[in-house]
Ligand binder design. Structure first.
Ligand SMILES: N[C@@H](CCC(=O)N[C@@H](CS)C(=O)NCC(=O)O)C(=O)O
Length: 397
């Protein structure tokens, strides 16, 4: 891990310095791509190329670093969750923008992310399905230059423009989704500054000691409006959103880095998604793939223990897929939300997207009934991206 970090930190520092000097966010380009390939190599400007290099390095180190961090005892602190309010948006390099002419909400959303982080994939699935315009800032996982303004160093972080022109920070993927969905209930009336107050940082004690979390993060704020939805459907949606964060997501790393060979394939996929062969000299691409593979293969064993998984980690993943498909079969609808995905569909889908190119995902397709639902959600997300008029997730009374 240290050899890997040293080589890449040096490289990242140079890129970060260049980015700070040469890459104003105004130069951002429009790309309507999703979790797979970031863009076409031949059409890139040198500015974008630098951003992509930074992003790819950041993504790799981020994956290794955050997984390493997460196996320690470190729990979220108030600092990780407390939002900042900015008078102006930070002058940081934007990697790509999703622009929807049909989005009249004026929210000017900025997503700070690592491309392959499951929590970030979840937020992108939500934003794309909703048809919201947003800018993506790929965070350099070591120096985290682009989130220097933020107390929280975890991604995803989202900034949303308030009606008075300030930018309000939202931390935590589920809270981001709930808060923005709450605005969509009535975008003319609801302001992010008011909505954000309904999601305070909460301190609580349990057997693990003092913990912090964001209160109400699976709840939407309807204010004076009432949704036309049964209490059972609402509870079910919340239940599966929480299950995604507290169970499903913990199955990803132990599965995609299960064996040395699989960890290697996963990094080959990252390389493919980030087009490392185009943006890096061969020796550097190989270094990232090999050192990343080794580090994550080791780390995934500790993660497996931490989350109480048995050696046959696939079984846990299949069980999770079966549980999810069981919930859908009970309802006999295409999505948990019925004819359209709800926030639980998008959360489960988003997290699974983060392993779409891995053997573990193919195994899920071969051994469970996940496939049809997954590709149905994907089709909706892709066709709505940059096109659909953003509306409330619930019909209102
Ligand atoms: N509960 C948070 C979890 C976010 C999280 O753990 N993000 C990881 C990346 S996958 C991270 O930023 N780790 C770096 C760190 O903890 O410093 C959410 O849902 O957004």
């Amino acid at each position: 891990m240290s050899m890997f970090s040293t080589a890449l930190i040096l490289r990242t520092r140079n890129i970060a310095r260049l980015s700070a000097l040469q890459l104003p966010s105004r130069n951002a380009q429009l790309f309507r791509q999703y979790a797979t390939k970031i863009t076409e190599p031949k059409k890139k400007s040198s500015t974008l190329k630098l951003l992509l290099i930074g992003g790819a390095i950041g993504g790799t180190i981020g994956t290794v670093y955050s997984a390493y961090d997460n196996i320690g005892k470190k729990k979220a602190t108030t600092k990780d969750l407390t939002p900042t309010i900015l008078k102006e948006k930070p002058d940081v390099p934007v990697m790509r923008k999703i622009i929807n002419p049909n989005d009249k909400t004026g929210l000017d959303i900025i997503l700070f992310q690592f491309q392959t982080c499951p929590f970030c994939c979840k937020v992108r699935a939500f934003l794309d399905y909703s048809g919201l315009s947003y800018s993506v800032v790929e965070v350099d996982a070591v120096l985290r230059q682009s989130i220097k303004w933020s107390q929280s160093k975890k991604v995803p972080i989202v900034l949303v423009r308030s009606k008075d022109g300030d930018y309000v920070q939202l931390n935590d993927s589920s809270m981001i989704i709930s808060a923005i969905s709450s605005i969509l209930v009535d975008p003319v009336k609801n302001d992010i500054k008011d909505v954000q107050k309904y999601y305070p940082v909460q301190k609580f004690e349990d057997v693990y000691g003092t913990l912090f979390d964001i209160a109400n993060k699976y709840f939407l704020m309807f204010q004076d409006k009432k949704p036309k939805i049964s209490k059972e459907l609402f509870d079910e949606e919340r239940k599966y959103r929480s299950w995604t964060d507290n169970h499903l997501v913990h199955l990803i790393s132990p599965n995609v880095y299960r064996t040395y060979g699989e960890a290697r394939e996963t990094f080959e996929w990252f390389s493919d998604v980030g087009q490392w062969n185009v943006y890096f000299p061969e020796w550097e691409r190989n270094l990232m793939v090999h050192v990343g593979t080794f580090a994550m293969w080791l780390i995934s064993k500790r993660l497996k223990k931490k989350h109480g998984l048995t050696d046959d980690v696939r079984i846990h993943l299949y069980d999770a897929c079966d549980k999810w498909m069981g919930a859908l079969e009970k309802k006999q609808t295409t999505f948990l939300g019925g004819k359209e995905p709800n926030l639980a569909d998008l959360s489960v889908f988003g997290v699974l997207c983060s392993m779409e190119g891995c053997e573990a995902f193919q195994d899920c397709l071969d051994n469970t009934k996940l496939g049809k639902w997954f590709y149905d959600v994907k089709a909706k997300v892709e066709s709505n991206r940059g096109y659909r008029v953003p509306v409330s997730f619930y019909e209102l009374q």
